[in-house]
Design a protein around this ligand. Structure first.
Ligand SMILES: Nc1nc2c(c(=O)[nH]1)N[C@H]1C(S)=C(S)[C@@H](COP(=O)(O)O)O[C@H]1N2
Ligand SMILES: [Mo]
Length: 258
């Protein structure tokens, strides 16, 4: 997606940046003003291409919904996203998809096979029980959707970096691509795939991951916006080719880091 380089009709860039900074919580505001305070950076943060006053408004609206300084991560990819106590979990945790909840895919856990391909030594496919037998970790983190809501969730599963090690993935490759049961897909960069909080999630609130949140497996990454967190994941490829994704192909900001 082309980033903004020149003046935008109807948008006073300086004012817009000032407004955006005012809406940001610290430490993100300080980091933003210190370094990348530009329309390009604002577009990058919000996933909005700023092409007119309407999209500028939209970018401001999104910034105003960013909470807790998680987006400061953008300025330091090695940083951990904030974690929360169990009491902070949002109830009910929202469902989101490009279709209503009752149309969410119903994957059969018995016949489920997670297909692993691309630049890996071991291209075997994994049953749900095999994934459950791997070391599990729990994280209570915030999911932020570009549509302007965020919620704190409680996810348990396998660290993706641990899984990549087990399947002998070439971690010098650029990307990891995920395919979902209903046709959704996603590409993430390798540093995000290897981030310690990027998880192959099998449980929500200590229960088997419900259908609405992506049964049998979703990829959870608190350092990326919600749409970069694929649910109903059935296949993965380690690749040097950017294979895109559902929203990425429709113009969303590719990186969408927080
Ligand atoms: N397979 C699949 N994964 C998906 C989506 C989807 O429509 N299909 N929507 C994405 C978006 S935009 C968001 S905000 C989160 C929502 O996750 P939740 O339903 O657990 O809140 O899932 C992401 N992953
Ligand atoms: Mo989203």
């Amino acid at each position: 997606m082309p980033r903004l380089r020149k003046a935008v009709p109807g948008v006073d860039a300086k004012l817009l940046i000032k407004d955006a900074a005012r809406l940001m919580p610290d430490p993100a505001r300080r980091a933003f003003l210190r370094g990348a305070a530009s329309l390009g950076a604002l577009a990058f943060l919000t996933g909005c291409d700023i092409v007119d006053s309407l999209s500028a408004e939209n970018a401001l609206r999104k910034i105003s919904h960013f909470n807790d300084g998680v987006q400061a991560l953008l300025f330091n990819p090695n940083k951990l996203a904030p974690t929360y106590p169990e009491s902070a979990v949002t109830k009910p945790f929202p469902f989101n998809g490009y279709y209503p909840e009752d149309e969410a895919p119903e994957v059969d856990g018995e016949t489920y096979r997670f297909e692993v391909g691309g630049l890996v030594e071991n291209k075997k496919s994994w049953t749900l029980d095999e994934l459950r037998a791997l070391p599990q970790e729990r994280q209570i983190t915030r999911l932020i959707c570009v549509e302007g809501w965020s919620a704190i969730g409680d996810w348990t599963g396998v660290r993706l970096s641990e899984f990549l090690k087990r399947v002998g993935a070439d971690t010098r490759a650029k990307y990891v691509w995920f395919q979902c049961a209903e046709g959704y897909s996603n590409t993430i960069d390798m540093p995000t795939a290897l981030h310690p909080q990027t998880q192959m999630t099998l449980k929500f609130a200590n229960e088997v991951l419900p259908r609405k949140y992506g049964f049998p497996m979703k990829i959870r990454m608190p350092t990326k916006l919600g749409f970069k967190n694929p649910k109903y994941v059935i296949a993965m490829q380690v690749t040097n080719k950017d294979l895109g994704g559902y929203w990425e192909d429709r113009g969303y900001n590719w990186f969408s880091g927080l």
